[in-house]
Design a protein around this ligand. Structure first.
Ligand code: AHR
Length: 334
Protein backbone atom coordinates (compact mmCIF):
# COMPACT_ATOMS: atom_id res chain seq x y z
CA UNK A 1 0.00 0.00 0.00
CA UNK A 2 1.46 3.45 -1.05
CA UNK A 3 2.27 5.97 1.68
CA UNK A 4 -0.31 8.49 0.33
CA UNK A 5 -3.11 5.81 0.54
CA UNK A 6 -2.05 4.94 4.10
CA UNK A 7 -2.18 8.60 5.02
CA UNK A 8 -5.67 8.98 3.42
CA UNK A 9 -7.01 5.93 5.33
CA UNK A 10 -5.50 7.18 8.61
CA UNK A 11 -7.04 10.58 8.00
CA UNK A 12 -10.42 8.98 7.26
CA UNK A 13 -10.22 6.94 10.49
CA UNK A 14 -9.30 10.10 12.47
CA UNK A 15 -12.21 12.07 10.99
CA UNK A 16 -14.62 9.20 11.67
CA UNK A 17 -13.45 8.97 15.25
CA UNK A 18 -13.81 12.72 15.60
CA UNK A 19 -17.37 12.66 14.19
CA UNK A 20 -18.25 9.62 16.31
CA UNK A 21 -16.91 11.45 19.32
CA UNK A 22 -19.05 14.52 18.47
CA UNK A 23 -22.16 12.43 17.65
CA UNK A 24 -21.62 10.44 20.96
CA UNK A 25 -21.70 13.71 22.92
CA UNK A 26 -24.67 14.83 20.78
CA UNK A 27 -26.34 11.48 21.46
CA UNK A 28 -25.92 11.89 25.23
CA UNK A 29 -29.00 13.75 26.48
CA UNK A 30 -28.42 16.92 28.49
CA UNK A 31 -28.54 16.46 32.26
CA UNK A 32 -32.27 16.51 33.29
CA UNK A 33 -34.01 16.52 36.67
CA UNK A 34 -34.89 13.09 38.05
CA UNK A 35 -38.54 12.04 37.53
CA UNK A 36 -39.79 10.52 40.76
CA UNK A 37 -42.09 7.52 40.83
CA UNK A 38 -44.06 6.11 43.77
CA UNK A 39 -41.22 3.65 44.39
CA UNK A 40 -38.95 6.63 45.11
CA UNK A 41 -41.31 7.88 47.83
CA UNK A 42 -40.65 7.27 51.53
CA UNK A 43 -43.54 8.78 53.50
CA UNK A 44 -43.41 9.63 57.20
CA UNK A 45 -47.08 9.45 58.20
CA UNK A 46 -48.01 11.19 61.48
CA UNK A 47 -51.46 9.78 62.36
CA UNK A 48 -53.57 11.19 65.23
CA UNK A 49 -54.12 7.85 66.94
CA UNK A 50 -56.77 5.11 66.81
CA UNK A 51 -59.73 6.88 68.40
CA UNK A 52 -62.53 5.78 66.07
CA UNK A 53 -63.71 3.56 63.25
CA UNK A 54 -63.10 6.49 60.96
CA UNK A 55 -59.47 6.66 62.05
CA UNK A 56 -59.01 2.93 61.50
CA UNK A 57 -60.36 3.29 57.95
CA UNK A 58 -58.07 6.28 57.35
CA UNK A 59 -55.00 4.36 58.54
CA UNK A 60 -55.96 1.35 56.41
CA UNK A 61 -56.27 3.60 53.37
CA UNK A 62 -52.68 4.79 53.81
CA UNK A 63 -51.28 1.32 54.51
CA UNK A 64 -53.10 -0.42 51.65
CA UNK A 65 -52.46 2.24 49.02
CA UNK A 66 -48.77 2.51 49.95
CA UNK A 67 -48.47 -1.26 49.53
CA UNK A 68 -50.21 -1.26 46.16
CA UNK A 69 -48.03 1.62 44.89
CA UNK A 70 -44.72 0.38 46.28
CA UNK A 71 -44.38 3.41 48.57
CA UNK A 72 -42.23 3.00 51.70
CA UNK A 73 -44.46 4.07 54.62
CA UNK A 74 -43.12 4.93 58.08
CA UNK A 75 -46.16 5.14 60.44
CA UNK A 76 -46.29 7.10 63.70
CA UNK A 77 -49.28 6.83 66.09
CA UNK A 78 -49.46 10.12 68.03
CA UNK A 79 -51.84 8.75 70.71
CA UNK A 80 -53.86 11.95 70.17
CA UNK A 81 -51.10 14.13 71.71
CA UNK A 82 -49.78 17.17 69.84
CA UNK A 83 -46.41 16.90 71.60
CA UNK A 84 -46.00 13.44 70.08
CA UNK A 85 -46.68 14.87 66.63
CA UNK A 86 -43.87 17.40 67.09
CA UNK A 87 -41.54 14.55 68.11
CA UNK A 88 -42.57 12.58 65.02
CA UNK A 89 -41.98 15.59 62.77
CA UNK A 90 -38.44 16.01 64.12
CA UNK A 91 -37.81 12.29 63.68
CA UNK A 92 -38.91 12.36 60.03
CA UNK A 93 -37.09 15.64 59.30
CA UNK A 94 -33.85 14.02 60.46
CA UNK A 95 -34.51 10.77 58.59
CA UNK A 96 -32.58 10.98 55.25
CA UNK A 97 -34.84 8.31 53.73
CA UNK A 98 -38.05 10.33 54.26
CA UNK A 99 -38.86 12.72 51.39
CA UNK A 100 -42.58 13.22 52.19
CA UNK A 101 -44.24 13.95 55.54
CA UNK A 102 -48.03 13.51 55.87
CA UNK A 103 -49.78 14.99 58.92
CA UNK A 104 -53.23 14.19 60.33
CA UNK A 105 -53.27 16.96 62.93
CA UNK A 106 -54.51 16.41 66.48
CA UNK A 107 -54.85 20.18 66.94
CA UNK A 108 -54.82 23.33 64.82
CA UNK A 109 -51.80 25.23 66.21
CA UNK A 110 -48.23 24.56 67.37
CA UNK A 111 -46.83 23.20 64.12
CA UNK A 112 -45.11 26.33 62.68
CA UNK A 113 -41.56 25.56 63.82
CA UNK A 114 -41.51 21.96 62.59
CA UNK A 115 -43.16 22.98 59.32
CA UNK A 116 -40.40 25.57 58.76
CA UNK A 117 -37.72 23.01 59.62
CA UNK A 118 -39.29 20.45 57.26
CA UNK A 119 -39.34 23.02 54.46
CA UNK A 120 -35.71 23.94 55.12
CA UNK A 121 -34.81 20.25 54.99
CA UNK A 122 -36.46 19.96 51.57
CA UNK A 123 -39.24 17.62 52.74
CA UNK A 124 -42.64 17.71 51.01
CA UNK A 125 -45.42 18.19 53.61
CA UNK A 126 -49.03 17.25 52.88
CA UNK A 127 -51.85 17.78 55.42
CA UNK A 128 -54.54 15.08 55.34
CA UNK A 129 -57.91 14.92 57.10
CA UNK A 130 -57.77 18.09 59.22
CA UNK A 131 -56.83 21.71 58.49
CA UNK A 132 -54.40 23.62 60.76
CA UNK A 133 -53.64 27.32 61.42
CA UNK A 134 -50.38 27.72 59.48
CA UNK A 135 -49.00 29.73 56.57
CA UNK A 136 -49.95 27.73 53.47
CA UNK A 137 -46.43 28.25 52.06
CA UNK A 138 -45.26 25.79 54.72
CA UNK A 139 -47.11 22.81 53.22
CA UNK A 140 -47.82 21.59 49.69
CA UNK A 141 -51.58 21.06 50.06
CA UNK A 142 -54.37 20.09 52.50
CA UNK A 143 -56.57 17.18 51.48
CA UNK A 144 -59.58 16.85 53.82
CA UNK A 145 -63.18 17.65 54.62
CA UNK A 146 -65.04 20.93 54.82
CA UNK A 147 -66.05 20.35 58.44
CA UNK A 148 -67.97 23.61 58.57
CA UNK A 149 -70.16 22.41 55.70
CA UNK A 150 -70.59 19.11 57.54
CA UNK A 151 -71.82 21.03 60.59
CA UNK A 152 -74.33 22.92 58.48
CA UNK A 153 -75.56 19.59 57.06
CA UNK A 154 -75.93 18.38 60.66
CA UNK A 155 -78.10 21.35 61.56
CA UNK A 156 -80.32 20.87 58.51
CA UNK A 157 -80.69 17.18 59.38
CA UNK A 158 -81.61 18.03 63.00
CA UNK A 159 -84.15 20.61 61.79
CA UNK A 160 -85.77 17.90 59.66
CA UNK A 161 -85.76 15.37 62.49
CA UNK A 162 -87.42 17.92 64.81
CA UNK A 163 -89.85 19.35 62.26
CA UNK A 164 -92.86 17.92 64.13
CA UNK A 165 -91.46 18.70 67.60
CA UNK A 166 -92.57 21.80 69.46
CA UNK A 167 -89.42 21.61 71.57
CA UNK A 168 -86.14 22.34 69.77
CA UNK A 169 -83.65 21.93 72.60
CA UNK A 170 -80.43 20.21 71.49
CA UNK A 171 -77.42 19.12 73.57
CA UNK A 172 -73.97 18.75 72.00
CA UNK A 173 -71.29 16.12 72.63
CA UNK A 174 -68.18 17.51 70.96
CA UNK A 175 -65.06 15.79 69.68
CA UNK A 176 -61.67 16.76 71.12
CA UNK A 177 -61.82 20.55 71.51
CA UNK A 178 -58.38 21.03 69.86
CA UNK A 179 -59.40 19.34 66.60
CA UNK A 180 -60.47 21.39 63.58
CA UNK A 181 -63.10 18.72 62.87
CA UNK A 182 -64.80 19.47 66.21
CA UNK A 183 -64.28 23.25 66.08
CA UNK A 184 -65.75 23.56 62.59
CA UNK A 185 -68.63 21.10 63.06
CA UNK A 186 -69.71 23.10 66.13
CA UNK A 187 -69.47 26.36 64.16
CA UNK A 188 -71.32 25.08 61.11
CA UNK A 189 -74.18 23.70 63.22
CA UNK A 190 -74.65 27.07 64.92
CA UNK A 191 -74.70 28.88 61.58
CA UNK A 192 -77.79 26.95 60.44
CA UNK A 193 -79.65 25.84 63.60
CA UNK A 194 -81.53 29.15 63.80
CA UNK A 195 -83.28 28.31 60.51
CA UNK A 196 -85.69 26.12 62.48
CA UNK A 197 -85.48 27.56 65.99
CA UNK A 198 -83.01 25.06 67.47
CA UNK A 199 -81.10 26.14 70.58
CA UNK A 200 -78.04 24.36 72.00
CA UNK A 201 -78.83 24.13 75.72
CA UNK A 202 -75.60 22.35 76.73
CA UNK A 203 -72.25 21.52 75.14
CA UNK A 204 -69.22 19.56 76.32
CA UNK A 205 -66.23 18.03 74.53
CA UNK A 206 -65.10 14.42 74.93
CA UNK A 207 -61.27 14.63 75.28
CA UNK A 208 -59.56 12.47 72.63
CA UNK A 209 -63.03 11.72 71.17
CA UNK A 210 -63.41 9.13 73.96
CA UNK A 211 -66.88 7.48 73.78
CA UNK A 212 -66.71 6.56 77.49
CA UNK A 213 -66.49 10.28 78.21
CA UNK A 214 -69.24 10.85 75.67
CA UNK A 215 -71.62 8.49 77.46
CA UNK A 216 -70.88 10.12 80.82
CA UNK A 217 -71.59 13.54 79.30
CA UNK A 218 -74.99 12.35 78.01
CA UNK A 219 -75.84 10.70 81.35
CA UNK A 220 -75.11 14.00 83.10
CA UNK A 221 -77.28 15.93 80.61
CA UNK A 222 -80.21 13.57 81.23
CA UNK A 223 -79.73 13.69 84.98
CA UNK A 224 -79.93 17.46 84.80
CA UNK A 225 -83.02 17.57 82.54
CA UNK A 226 -85.16 15.24 80.42
CA UNK A 227 -86.31 18.27 78.36
CA UNK A 228 -84.00 17.41 75.49
CA UNK A 229 -85.26 16.86 71.93
CA UNK A 230 -81.98 16.33 70.10
CA UNK A 231 -78.34 15.26 70.51
CA UNK A 232 -75.63 16.60 68.20
CA UNK A 233 -72.62 14.27 68.44
CA UNK A 234 -69.36 14.96 66.57
CA UNK A 235 -68.75 11.38 65.41
CA UNK A 236 -70.47 7.95 65.29
CA UNK A 237 -68.86 6.63 68.47
CA UNK A 238 -70.09 9.65 70.46
CA UNK A 239 -73.56 9.37 68.88
CA UNK A 240 -73.77 5.67 69.78
CA UNK A 241 -72.59 6.46 73.33
CA UNK A 242 -75.40 9.02 73.61
CA UNK A 243 -77.94 6.49 72.29
CA UNK A 244 -76.83 3.99 74.95
CA UNK A 245 -77.26 6.63 77.68
CA UNK A 246 -80.70 7.59 76.35
CA UNK A 247 -81.85 3.96 76.47
CA UNK A 248 -80.37 3.47 79.93
CA UNK A 249 -82.49 6.41 81.07
CA UNK A 250 -85.64 4.62 79.84
CA UNK A 251 -86.12 6.82 76.77
CA UNK A 252 -86.34 5.79 73.11
CA UNK A 253 -83.71 7.23 70.73
CA UNK A 254 -85.26 8.15 67.39
CA UNK A 255 -88.60 8.79 69.13
CA UNK A 256 -88.12 10.69 72.42
CA UNK A 257 -84.74 12.16 71.44
CA UNK A 258 -83.30 12.52 67.90
CA UNK A 259 -79.57 11.88 67.38
CA UNK A 260 -77.25 13.21 64.65
CA UNK A 261 -73.71 11.83 64.21
CA UNK A 262 -70.75 12.09 61.81
CA UNK A 263 -68.51 9.75 59.79
CA UNK A 264 -71.07 7.28 58.34
CA UNK A 265 -69.03 4.24 59.41
CA UNK A 266 -70.45 0.71 59.29
CA UNK A 267 -71.36 1.02 62.98
CA UNK A 268 -73.16 4.28 62.32
CA UNK A 269 -75.10 2.62 59.52
CA UNK A 270 -76.26 -0.14 61.88
CA UNK A 271 -77.80 2.48 64.16
CA UNK A 272 -79.36 4.29 61.18
CA UNK A 273 -80.92 1.00 60.05
CA UNK A 274 -82.34 0.40 63.55
CA UNK A 275 -83.77 3.94 63.55
CA UNK A 276 -81.90 4.87 66.75
CA UNK A 277 -79.61 7.25 64.84
CA UNK A 278 -81.58 9.80 62.86
CA UNK A 279 -78.87 11.11 60.54
CA UNK A 280 -75.19 10.38 59.81
CA UNK A 281 -73.13 13.02 57.98
CA UNK A 282 -70.35 11.35 56.00
CA UNK A 283 -66.68 12.24 56.50
CA UNK A 284 -64.48 10.51 53.93
CA UNK A 285 -61.46 8.64 55.44
CA UNK A 286 -60.23 7.05 52.18
CA UNK A 287 -57.81 9.88 51.35
CA UNK A 288 -54.51 8.07 50.72
CA UNK A 289 -54.69 7.85 46.90
CA UNK A 290 -55.24 11.61 46.61
CA UNK A 291 -52.52 12.36 49.17
CA UNK A 292 -49.91 10.15 47.52
CA UNK A 293 -50.76 11.50 44.06
CA UNK A 294 -50.32 15.07 45.31
CA UNK A 295 -47.04 14.23 47.06
CA UNK A 296 -45.65 12.70 43.86
CA UNK A 297 -46.56 15.85 41.95
CA UNK A 298 -44.75 17.89 44.58
CA UNK A 299 -41.62 15.74 44.27
CA UNK A 300 -41.69 16.29 40.50
CA UNK A 301 -42.03 20.06 40.87
CA UNK A 302 -45.66 20.21 39.75
CA UNK A 303 -47.33 23.07 41.60
CA UNK A 304 -50.75 22.73 39.94
CA UNK A 305 -52.45 21.28 43.06
CA UNK A 306 -54.60 23.83 44.96
CA UNK A 307 -53.78 24.53 48.61
CA UNK A 308 -56.98 22.74 49.68
CA UNK A 309 -58.60 19.73 48.01
CA UNK A 310 -62.00 19.26 49.77
CA UNK A 311 -63.18 15.67 50.30
CA UNK A 312 -66.22 14.39 48.41
CA UNK A 313 -68.83 13.13 50.89
CA UNK A 314 -72.59 12.70 51.42
CA UNK A 315 -75.14 12.17 54.20
CA UNK A 316 -77.50 9.39 55.22
CA UNK A 317 -80.83 9.32 57.08
CA UNK A 318 -82.85 6.73 58.98
CA UNK A 319 -85.81 7.96 56.89
CA UNK A 320 -84.23 6.29 53.85
CA UNK A 321 -85.42 2.99 55.33
CA UNK A 322 -83.61 -0.12 56.52
CA UNK A 323 -83.55 -1.92 53.17
CA UNK A 324 -82.10 1.04 51.26
CA UNK A 325 -79.53 1.74 53.96
CA UNK A 326 -78.47 -1.93 54.10
CA UNK A 327 -77.98 -2.02 50.33
CA UNK A 328 -75.80 1.10 50.58
CA UNK A 329 -73.85 -0.36 53.52
CA UNK A 330 -73.17 -3.52 51.49
CA UNK A 331 -71.24 -1.43 48.93
CA UNK A 332 -69.12 0.56 51.39
CA UNK A 333 -65.47 -0.05 52.31
CA UNK A 334 -65.70 1.01 55.98
O1 AHR B 1 -61.02 14.41 61.51
C1 AHR B 1 -62.07 13.48 61.34
C2 AHR B 1 -62.57 13.05 62.68
O2 AHR B 1 -61.50 12.49 63.44
C3 AHR B 1 -63.65 11.98 62.62
O3 AHR B 1 -64.93 12.50 62.43
C4 AHR B 1 -63.47 11.33 63.97
O4 AHR B 1 -64.06 10.06 64.07
C5 AHR B 1 -61.96 11.28 64.08
O5 AHR B 1 -61.53 11.22 65.38
Amino acid sequence: MTNSRTIRIAAAIAVTALLAGCSASAATPPATAKTYTYKDMTVGFIQTGSESGWRAANTSSFNEDAKSKGITLKFYDSQNKIENQITAFNQFIQDPQVNVIVLAAVGTTGYDDVLKQAKAAGKVVVLEDRRIEADSSLYYTYIGSDFNAEGQKGAKAMCDLLKNSTGKKVVEIGGDQAASAAIDRAKGFREKMGDCGITVTATQSAPGWDPVQGKAIMEAYLKNSKDIQGVYAHNDELAIAAIQAIEAAGLTPGKDIQVVGFDATANGFKYLISGKLGADIECNPLLAPQVYEAALKALNGDNSVPKWVPSQEGEFFAAQGAATLQSILDTRKY
